[in-house]
Design a protein around this ligand. Sequence first.
Ligand code: NDP
Length: 448
Amino acid sequence: MAISNSYLNGVYKDLSRRYPEQKEFLEAVEEVLTSLVPVIESDDRYEKYGIVERIVEPERAVSFRVSWIDDAGKVRVNTGYRIQFNSAIGPYKGGLRFRDNVTLSIIKFLGFEQTFKNSLTTLPMGGAKGGSDFDPKGKSEGEIMRFCQAFMNELFRHIGPSVDVPAGDIGVGGREIGYLFGQYKKLANNWSGVLTGKGLSYGGSLARPEATGFGLMYFASAMLKDAGKSLDGSKVVISGSGNVAIYSCQKATELGAKVIAMSDSNGYIVDENGIDFKIIKEIKEVKRDRISTYLDYVPTAKYIVGCEGIWSTKCDYAFPCATQNEISKESAELLVKNGTKGVFEGANMPLTPDAIKIIKNNGLLFSPSKASNAGGVAVSGLEMSQNSERLSWSFEQVDGMLKDIMENIYHSCAMAAEKYGMPGDIQAGANIAGFLKVADAMIAQGVV
Ligand code: NDP
């Protein structure tokens, strides 16, 4: 379907012609440009200064060979990426993803989204993303360390505390950040806050591991409050059981909700009495085991093979926190049929475009990932501030700032949606509010 503005439609068509194979990236661009129609039509500067054609093209895209040696002594080769999308409002900032399905299209989609997400936090951070088609699952500690070192051997020349500050994402947790940081420090002969998500003993921030999950629940609470609803006493389904899902489960429980289902890529568990997040933490963070072993701790719970079935579990609110496109049109129809009242994205773009349409057309509350999962990068921004000040703030200080930031993001999205004639449409509001700050900075800085 054509975007209903000739300038935006032209930019999108040109991008589709140049990158026809980049499905995820094109999907993300189309979604944002569609929301920008009233903005472009109310201010001709964006077209005059070529803002949209510039904002959809990364400032720099690096792809590189990563060669390393496995435990059997065999040489292995993976592809590494760093996409530095936009630095109008601050140094490039965004995570690294290590997973076998990583492609240039996925990293470009994530980097594009990150530009708007970082803008929404109001902190001075540009947008970037990176990663590799290397999957740490099934690899030994030594293999993971050697891979991270080989990856940094190239990445180090493209990053710096005022240039580009990567962080973790899927497959890149505290362990990988540690190995990456160690190698950066050795190569650059420089201790600086060049990565976030660091361990507490070497410059990390308290509340960073919790930030995306806690932030998601702060955002959802603000949105529910505006709608006269609350998490307290509600039944909640959270997909995934990684970093975002675990801390979403903790905060939802603390706010009075009952989390009745969670998943991993093999299947899902249902515990009608409320999932104990401490058990999930033990299984996933300590033992690095499968979610099916939850039944060893709580024999009354159920385990069902296959992850997409989780959306057939009846609940008040759904929080997809696993991966992109995990809620299909069919799953969205099931959520509507089961009386779900809201869907809040924790993962990056976990709903397909068709699924989003079904959720919104049926009047469910919907929050897009670039707004509701911005808590992680917000606290990464706070980690950068602490590193440059050589200070460490308390958990309560950081958590308090996170809560304020998430509530502000919700209100600025709601206000932008209202101002441009789409009241209640937080998806459009997030795209507009995120765009305006970056676009205005780009105009001020000239054509560069
Ligand atoms: P993790 O690697 O910690 O966890 C991902 C989880 O999702 C794992 O439990 C994994 O299971 C599960 N999973 C993967 N695919 C599926 C599937 N198809 N169905 C069900 N479960 C699945 O990643 P994060 O929690 O860090 O990230 C999750 C999402 O949130 C990603 O989209 C990421 O980009 C986004 N995000 C993360 C942020 C952060 O701060 N961590 C910040 C902002 C966004 P298994 O163990 O079987 O692989």
